[in-house]
Design a protein. Structure first.
Length: 357
């Protein structure tokens, strides 16, 4: 954590349920928040969902207002009531709100109402970007080496390579990542972290992200391009969040652009891909998929994906690791320090595309 000169000790609070606090508030995270001034936890247990705001509960709201009345900064997560304009009007001292695990599309904060009242809102869900980027890299390498198919064969008691020609014929024989073309669908937090991890492999990196600033290409020495160009890379990795705009964006047309012996990785959301179209593309047997997410989840027991030798599967584990929870809070502490030291915050929260905040 960077040390900033704060004008005074701050009053910081965290509103969430008991399970969330136990998962996130380890000694390091609490120390980071206490270093800002005073820190308190408010226990609340409102319904929590990625897709819907908690229903209005006047008793829970009154308790939250009583807790947060003198706070400078408030962190919210699972269990917290939704912070509406009416609630913010009752919290005139509050200048900063952090959603610490909102999938970047918080249902617990009226972002527009906060902006109208001069309250800075950030989201530190990007704390899970670190393991997602790591797993995306691992999934790409597993796919390139055809390791999923080889694992299936080993478990079945086979000897995959009985002669040299067997090795040469295997898709993984030419499976080095070094010097290959890698296409990223999305160049947000996860994408940028993955670009850093790819640097030692001297890969040619192409990224499709209509919202990425052009300067990103110069900073990371990558090529910003079209989705069609990305789909033609040796490795294609989906990293975008699920929004009305991205739902089903990778369909039959896009999947048919995958080149033979290429690898398709999805660590974003299952519904970004037309799963039926993906299954049809994989049945041709000339590409490999490494999938951590599905549509629906969990993956159906009778899904063809479970039986395909050219598919490597994991059960949505990319961003679910023990260090993520505390990291959400330490990143929030960093943002609070920047805000009150007079600097710009890094992770401002924006409303979900197409959905009223």
């Amino acid at each position: 954590m960077t040390i900033y000169n704060l004008p005074r000790p701050l009053r910081v609070g965290f509103a969430c349920n008991a399970d969330t606090f136990a998962r996130m508030a380890d000694a390091e995270a609490i120390e980071a928040l206490q270093s800002l001034g005073s820190f308190e936890h408010h226990l609340c247990d409102e319904p929590s969902s990625w897709d819907e705001a908690p229903p209005e509960n006047s008793a829970a709201i009154d308790k939250l207002v009583a807790f947060a009345g003198k706070l400078d900064a408030l962190l919210v997560c699972h269990g917290s009531p939704r912070l509406t304009g009416a609630i913010l009007d009752r919290l005139p001292n509050l200048k900063f709100i952090a959603e610490v695990e909102g999938d970047r599309f918080s249902q617990r904060i009226d972002v527009e109402a906060a902006a109208a009242r001069g309250v800075t809102v950030v989201d530190t869900t990007n704390g899970s970007s670190y393991p997602v980027a790591e797993w995306a890299l691992a999934m790409a390498m597993i796919g390139l080496r055809n390791a999923g198919a080889l694992f299936r064969r080993l478990i079945a008691g086979e000897v995959p390579f009985q002669k040299w020609e067997d090795r040469v014929a295997d898709p993984g024989f030419n499976g080095e990542l070094t010097g290959r073309s890698v296409g990223l669908i999305g160049a947000g937090y996860i994408g940028r972290r993955l670009i850093e991890l790819l640097q030692p492999f001297q890969a040619d990196i192409y990224a499709f992200d209509p919202y990425a600033p052009r300067v990103l290409a110069d900073i990371y020495d990558i090529t910003l391009t079209s989705l069609e160009q990305v789909m033609a890379c040796d490795v294609v990795i989906s990293l975008v969040p699920l929004t009305p705009e991205t739902k089903g964006m990778i369909g039959e047309k896009e999947l048919n652009l995958l080149r033979p012996r290429s690898v398709f990785v999805n660590v974003s959301r299952g519904a970004v891909v037309d799963q039926g179209a993906l299954i049809r593309r994989l049945k041709r047997g000339d590409v490999i998929a490494s999938l951590d997410v599905f549509d629906p989840e969990p993956l159906e027991a009778d899904s063809p994906l479970r039986q395909m030798s050219n598919v490597f599967l994991t059960p949505h584990i990319a961003g679910v690791t023990a260090p993520c929870g505390p990291r959400f809070l330490t990143l929030a502490a960093d943002e609070i320090a920047r805000k009150f030291a007079g600097h710009r915050t890094r992770h401002d929260l924006v409303p979900r595309a197409g959905v009223k905040s």
